[in-house]
Design a protein around this ligand. Structure first.
Ligand code: CDP
Length: 254
């Protein structure tokens, strides 16, 4: 880890210079924060699990033609990614009311939404990632109208893919957050999915019991946090059960 130059350190991940120009190494930590950094902790093994879960999802997205920054996993905690210019917007896609939407609008958690709802938040720790509209995004130059068209269509495609993937393994995808980056190829640039997709950035509920398998276990002190993440990895078939060669892929639930 120390052999590389650190480019950026966030709450749950560190970025290092990559082996070639235009690449970075994304290192997944066990650190967890919630409520705008007021709650901090360590979830043992989280970084290893999120590295694998995000690898699995980003690989499938790349395969179905949804461009992402992901290149390949390097080891237990690191993956090689393409360097992108991060668009300072968090894109949240919701199928079921929970979290800040429930609080803001007084809709009980667990209420199915009449259609998928996409929200944008401005990435700013000082301001606590405020909800913003497309008007703010284009007026302040965080992204262009064309970027937003691309972002919305990619977000909805990711939503379709993820909801089907998780449905197949008995998990209800309640909501998730995406980040996007601008990837420069020569003179051209295009928008790609960046950051991570993991139980840190999605709400995942067991379809039968409603049990939470995501960061809400940490945020709300529900206990068995690592077990929740492990169960997601196990159902995706990426938790080696008897050694690293024993990876079977998703176990479809009847
Ligand atoms: O998590 P909280 O209730 O504060 O916010 P939310 O707007 O209800 O979060 C919606 C989804 O986006 C959840 O799956 C969060 O885990 C995720 N999220 C995230 O990954 N990072 C953030 N800074 C905010 C939300």
């Amino acid at each position: 880890m120390s052999r590389r130059n650190k480019v950026y350190e966030g709450k749950a991940k560190v970025l290092f210079e990559g082996p070639e120009p235009g690449t970075l190494v994304q290192y997944f930590k066990d650190d967890a924060t919630a409520h705008n950094n007021k709650k901090r902790g360590i979830i043992t093994g989280k970084g290893v699990l999120n590295n694998r879960i995000s690898e699995y999802i980003m690989t499938r997205l790349n395969e179905i033609g949804i461009p992402t920054h992901f290149v390949r996993r390097l080891n237990m905690r690191e993956q090689l990614i393409k360097e992108v210019e991060i668009i300072p917007i968090e894109v949240i896609v919701r199928a079921v009311a929970a979290g800040s939407l429930s609080k803001r609008l007084g809709i009980p958690e667990g209420t199915p939404l009449p259609r998928s709802i996409v929200e944008y938040c401005y990435k700013s720790d000082e301001l606590d990632d405020p909800l913003v509209s497309e008007e703010h995004i284009t007026a302040f130059g965080w992204a262009t109208t064309q970027d937003l068209d691309d972002i919305l269509s990619l977000a909805l495609r990711v939503n379709d893919f993820l909801s089907g993937l998780f449905f197949g393994i008995g998990i209800r995808l309640v909501d998730f957050k995406l980040e996007f980056g601008r990837l420069y190829v020569g003179e051209e640039s295009r928008i790609v999915v960046a950051d991570e997709i993991s139980p840190d950035s999605a709400r995942l509920w067991d379809m039968v019991t409603g049990e939470k398998m995501d960061k809400d276990r940490f945020r709300r002190d529900l206990g068995k946090v690592e077990e929740g993440y492990q169960e997601v990895a196990r159902r995706l078939g990426i938790l080696p059960e008897s050694g690293p060669r024993d990876l079977k892929g998703p176990k479809v639930m009847q």
